[in-house]
Write a protein that binds this ligand. Structure first.
Ligand code: ADP
Ligand code: ZN
Length: 728
């Protein structure tokens, strides 16, 4: 059977164990020569859908691709896998072109990548006429449709040209989800609906987070701090913003380069190359950046400013984590960004304005979602989220303990808005509550209203954060022209005490999920040896520079991670590692084995037998407390973990308690470090615990003669339990 052959190629040539969703089905369909349309999100694995059949068909497979950089990348990757592939386009020198044509005529080649305009040339058509062609692949097939975001007139002619190869099956692939475009592709290429394969657009490995934009530079620095050496893209709205952020980050010592349309073409290419080759980690860019980037190990995408709409947001975050490992997407959201976009929309008219408004609304729905973010995101693409809670977005990660009851403060705030006549903005209201003597307050006689000075218990910043939360929850509205705050109906019920306000005040933390915390995707992803990984990375970079290709073309991160987990010592074991096919084995096997052996010798590490025959299935409802516990055991403090996971330290404590309750051990000394009490007071708390038992906090609290808050008690309780667990 052909599909058995496909499996064999998957394993031997590419070094992968199983097909990703729909790959097997698509390949079977293509092998029976049925025209096929494939809709798969970025990173879904579209390339294998035609690359594997190409290795099975007797004749040639043509791949039409619009971007020269992508073609080059694909051919480089295939060459590394030992597959004979080449491209013809305008970037080749005369000699290269001629030698490529000669190889084609000899029948040495399995895959030929072509730009559409090259295909239209008479010389190319004459060349192809004399070759057997079994598959005609159209990559980025949305370019065929005027409804897509990237229409290319040359693509239109493909429908005619393909009729010149009646023996060839036609395979079209795209990551564009809109039904209109899909239908267009099918109609133009005269395909049947039944042969369409649509994959889910849920990118499970992307962690989605939206934070209030307050001090963006600080927030981004915090975020980057927990991600040293990772590759990532930071998108900004304007060129000016790109330049500014770029120099700020550079000043802070980050390896970073800018990218926008204002740079010369050669600078842009140079900067993009440096990113792809891991010479720099970070690119700060406008939306001009990203097309034609195939880098699989982009570990984060940050939006410094609001994206234009959900579709472009999805496309931009889609550039992260193509390798299937966790990647983080952070968006900094501010009300004034929203107003900026609203302002541009207001300049438009008629249908155009209506569409723009709809786009903005869907984006805002996503940004202001208080439950799982995958629900509004997927519903935009006409899909339903699998679960109510994905475990891979900021909202799903929040625990009930993180929610605060803000009703009383909200009542103060709302009544202050009412008392000042709903004519003022958030800062002014905060000033009134805090009893400010600013001129504007005195002029308006706001020092005489009853809410003047009743909010000194909170900082101005806290009040501003509350105002944002009230806006997000639709309790307050902001007047678009003046920025004054207006009360809505639900504000009335809160003032009357009929409804409560629950929420999390500080949404500015950005350093969430520094390491995989929710997906126990893979034992390997979490437990590989980071030191060996670094060594292997260096080797990979040397080889890549030598061959003038990007490092990921040699091996993706996943391969290095498996090597740093299983410690394979010989070729037999190495061939079982992800991404090691026979060609790469021959080329690089001994170099990598040498480093692994040396490392293991020096550190007294033994090879691990491959117990993980199949990768642990990705589970999204996961045991977070195990992850927290494991991290804690690496010596990270509670505060560090709180920052890393972007939660409060209380939450970390409760995870650790669960971890402990399950019989795991913890080092009590590190826990005590989190306490701010004097040693004397700590001793008193411990003796109370001994007396009344450590399990319930209230009796301890009451037993104590000194005032100790519950936060401290929780820390000491955990320390106490950890210590006693040790003794048992
Ligand atoms: P797309 O073109 O849909 O964005 P790619 O074809 O570039 O995606 O594949 C994304 C990454 O996933 C590549 O690094 C590829 O090697 C890898 N990949 C594809 N299919 C598989 C598979 N079945 N098993 C493991 N890795 C795969
Ligand atoms: Zn979620």
């Amino acid at each position: 059977m052909n599909i058995a052959r496909a499996n064999e190629i998957l394993e031997n040539t590419f070094g992968y164990k199983t097909f990703r969703p729909n790959q097997g089905e698509v390949i079977s369909n293509v092998l029976t020569k049925k025209d096929t349309l494939v809709i798969m999100p970025t990173g879904g694995g579209k390339s294998l859908c035609y690359q594997i059949p190409a290795l099975i068909f007797e004749g040639l497979t043509i791949v039409i691709s619009p971007l020269i950089s992508l073609m080059k990348d694909q051919v480089e990757q295939l060459t590394q896998f030992g597959v004979d592939a080449l491209f013809l386009n305008s970037s080749l020198s005369r000699e290269q072109y001629r030698s490529n044509v000669a190889r084609l005529k000899r029948g040495d080649i399995r895959l030929l990548y072509l730009a559409p305009e090259t295909l239209m040339m008479d010389a190319t058509r004459n060349l192809l006429k004399n070759l057997r062609i079994d598959c005609f692949t159209i990559d980025e097939a949305h370019c065929i449709s005027e409804w897509g975001h990237d229409f290319r007139p040359e693509y239109r002619q493909l429908a005619e040209v393909r009729k010149e190869f009646p023996e060839a099956v036609c395979l079209a692939l795209t990551a564009t989800a809109t039904p209109r475009v899909r239908e267009d592709i099918r109609n133009i290429l005269e395909m049947r609906e039944s042969a369409t394969f649509v994959s889910s657009f849920d990118r499970e490995n992307l962690f989605l987070k939206v934070a209030d934009k307050e001090k963006p530079l600080e927030q981004i620095l915090d975020f980057l701090y927990t991600r040293p050496k990772q590759s990532g893209i930071i998108y900004c709205f304007s060129r000016r913003q790109v330049d500014e952020l770029y120099s700020d980050l550079k000043y802070e010592g980050h390896k970073v380069l800018p990218y926008h349309a204002g740079l010369s073409e050669s600078d842009r290419t140079k900067n993009q190359d440096a990113f792809i080759k891991d010479d720099v980690n970070i690119i700060v860019a406008t939306i001009a950046f990203g097309m034609g980037i195939n880098k699989p190990d982009v570990r984060f995408v940050i939006h410094h400013d609001m994206p234009q709409n959900i579709e472009s947001y999805y496309q931009q975050i889609g550039r992260a984590g193509r390798d299937g490992l966790q990647a983080d997407c952070l968006l900094l959201y501010s009300y004034s960004d929203k107003q900026k976009i609203q302002y541009f929309i207001n300049q438009k008219e008629g249908e155009e304005k209506e569409i723009a408004e709809k786009h903005l609304d869907s984006l805002i729905d996503y940004l202001e979602e208080s439950k799982c973010r995958r629900v509004p995101l997927l519903s935009y693409f006409g899909e339903k989220a699998d679960q109510q809670s994905c475990g891979m977005c900021d909202n799903c990660l929040l625990q009930e303990g993180d929610m605060e009851d803000l009703t009383v403060q909200a009542q103060k705030y709302l009544s202050c808005i009412a008392r000042t006549g709903e004519k003022f903005g958030a800062y002014h209201i905060a000033d009134v509550l805090r009893g400010s003597k600013a001129k504007k307050i005195l002029q308006n006689k706001h020092d005489e209203v009853s809410t003047y000075g009743i909010g000194t218990d909170w900082s101005k910043n806290q009040w501003i954060q509350l105002s944002r939360l009230l806006i997000r929850q639709g309790i307050v509205e902001k007047d678009a022209d003046h920025g004054s705050l207006l009360l809505t109906e639900s504000a009335q019920s809160i003032l009357k005490g009929d409804e409560r306000v629950l929420g999390l005040l500080d949404r500015t933390q950005t350093s969430e999920a520094g390491e995989p915390i929710t997906r126990t995707s893979d034992e390997v992803e979490q437990k590989y040896n980071e030191h060996l990984f670094e060594e292997l990375r260096k080797l990979r970079k040397r080889i890549a520079d030598d061959q003038e290709v990007p490092p990921y073309v040699i091996f993706p991160d996943t391969t290095l991670m498996e090597m740093s987990y299983f410690y394979p010592m010989d070729e037999d074991k190495l061939i079982g590692i992800y991404g090691v096919g026979s060609a790469k084995m021959k080329k690089y096997g001994s170099d990598f084995l040498k480093i692994i052996r040396l490392f293991c010798e020096e550190n007294g590490i033994e090879e691990k037998s491959r117990v993980l025959e199949k990768k642990v299935k990705k589970s999204t409802t996961l045991k977070q407390h195990h992850l927290v516990g494991d991290e804690y055991k690496k010596g990270k403090s509670i505060n560090h973990l709180a920052e890393q996971f972007g939660v409060k330290s209380v939450t970390i404590l409760s995870h650790l308690k669960k971890y402990l309750d399950e019989g795991n051990s913890l080092n009590p000394d590190l826990i005590i470090e989190a306490s701010e009490l004097s040693e004397r007071k700590r001793a008193e708390v411990f003796s109370s615990m001994k007396k009344v038992g450590p399990d319930l906090l209230k009796p301890i609290y009451e037993d104590l003669k000194i005032e100790v808050d519950y936060g401290e008690l929780r820390i000491l309780q955990l320390a106490y339990l950890a210590k006693n667990g040790d003794q048992n």
